[in-house]
Design a protein around this ligand. Structure first.
Ligand SMILES: O=c1ccn([C@@H]2O[C@H](COP(=O)(O)O)[C@@H](O)[C@H]2O)c(=O)[nH]1
Length: 289
C-alpha cells in the first residue's frame, strides 16, 4: 500500500497563507538600479547577496514571494543557480513561491515548461507559475494538468497592469467576448467546485480603472501594480470589490527600495500588509463567510 499522501492543492494552501500571514506577495526583482542602490556589484555575487537578503528578511513572515525570472536569467546559469536556491530557501521558511516567468507556447513545449516549474522533482519547482495564454488558453493544458497533479497552481495573464495590455486583452473575439473575459471564464471552469479556493488564478493589475470582465473565477487573482506602478491599498476594494479577499496583492520595488537592511525590508512589507488588510475590511462581504 502506498503511503504517499495527495499533495494539498495550491488554492487551499494560499487561502491559509493569506489568512494567517496577511494579504501580501513581495516580488523579488533585482533591478540593476536596486543592486546599485544597495551597494552591490552587477554580477552573480551581487544578485546572490540581494536575493538572500530578501529571502532571509521576509520568507518566514510574508504569505508569498514572487521572483521575477528575467532578472535572474540575465546572469545566465549563475543567475539560475541563485534562483534555485532562493526558491528552495523561501519554501523551507514557509513562504509560497510564485515564479513570475510568464511562459506560454504550443502544447508540446508547454509540457517542458510544466516539467521545469511544476514537477516536484525539478530544481525550479514552485508553488505556482505565471503563464501567458496568447497561444490560446487550450495550449496551456499540459501545465494546468501538471499543476493539478502536483498540488501546484498557475496564474494566467488576463488583465495586466500595463496600459499596453488592453490592446490584446480587451480585443473582442468572434464569440463577442473580450479576450480577457474568455481567459477568466476558462479559469472559472478549471476551478469549478474547488474549496476553499481553486488553484487556477488570473493576473489582474491593481492599476485598472475598472475591471472589464467577471473576476469571480473561484480562484486567486495575482494583482501587481501596487507601489511603483501607482496603485494604493485603497485600490484593492475599488478594483476587486466582492472578490477582494481572493486577491494576492503584489509589491516589488516599493518594498525592495527599503533594503538592504532586513529591518527596513520587514517594516516596508508589514506596512503594506497592514494597509492592505485594513483596506480589505471595506470590501463588500468583509467579515462574512
Ligand atoms: O500585469 C503584470 C504582470 C506582472 N507584473 C510583474 O510584477 C512586478 C511588478 O513590480 P513593481 O516593482 O511592484 O512594479 C514585475 O516583476 C512585473 O514584471 C506586472 O507588473 N504586471
Amino acid at each position: 500500500m502506498s503511503t504517499d499522501a495527495a499533495p494539498l492543492p495550491f488554492g487551499g494552501r494560499l487561502r491559509d497563507a493569506l489568512d494567517t500571514r496577511g494579504p501580501l506577495c513581495v516580488g523579488i526583482d533585482p533591478h540593476p538600479s536596486l543592486l546599485a542602490d544597495w551597494g552591490l556589484a552587477q554580477d552573480a555575487a551581487g544578485l546572490e547577496r540581494f536575493t538572500r537578503t530578501v529571502v532571509e528578511a521576509l520568507a518566514d513572515s510574508v504569505a508569498v514571494l514572487k521572483p521575477q525570472s528575467a532578472f535572474f536569467e540575465r546572469f545566465g546559469s549563475a543567475g539560475i543557480a541563485v534562483l534555485e536556491r532562493a526558491v528552495a530557501d523561501a519554501r523551507s521558511a514557509g513562504a509560497l513561491v510564485v515564479m513570475d516567468a510568464k511562459r506560454g507556447d504550443i502544447g508540446s513545449t508547454m509540457t517542458a515548461y510544466a516539467a521545469a516549474y511544476l514537477d516536484p522533482s525539478a530544481p525550479l519547482f514552485c508553488d505556482a507559475v505565471t503563464l501567458s495564454p496568447y497561444l490560446g488558453f487550450g495550449s496551456l493544458r499540459p501545465a494546468l494538468d501538471r499543476a493539478r497533479e502536483a498540488g501546484a497552481g498557475v496564474f494566467v495573464l488576463a488583465l495586466t497592469s500595463n496600459p499596453e495590455g488592453a490592446q490584446v486583452q480587451r480585443a473582442v473575439g468572434t464569440d463577442g467576448r473580450a479576450v480577457a473575459a474568455a481567459v477568466l471564464a476558462a479559469l472559472a471552469e478549471e476551478n469549478r467546485g474547488a474549496e476553499p479556493l481553486g488553484s487556477f488564478g488570473a493576473v489582474v493589475g491593481a492599476t485598472l480603472t475598472a475591471p472589464s470582465a467577471d473576476l469571480a473565477v473561484n480562484g486567486p487573482l495575482l494583482a501587481p501594480g501596487f507601489g511603483a506602478q501607482g496603485a494604493t491599498a485603497g485600490d484593492l476594494p475599488r478594483v476587486f470589490g466582492a472578490v477582494a479577499r481572493n486577491v494576492v496583492p503584489s509589491v516589488s520595488r516599493d518594498v525592495l527600495r527599503a533594503g538592504p537592511s532586513a529591518a527596513g525590508l520587514l517594516s516596508a512589507a508589514r506596512r503594506w500588509a497592514d494597509d492592505l488588510a485594513q483596506a480589505l475590511e471595506s470590501a463588500p462581504g468583509a467579515g462574512g463567510a
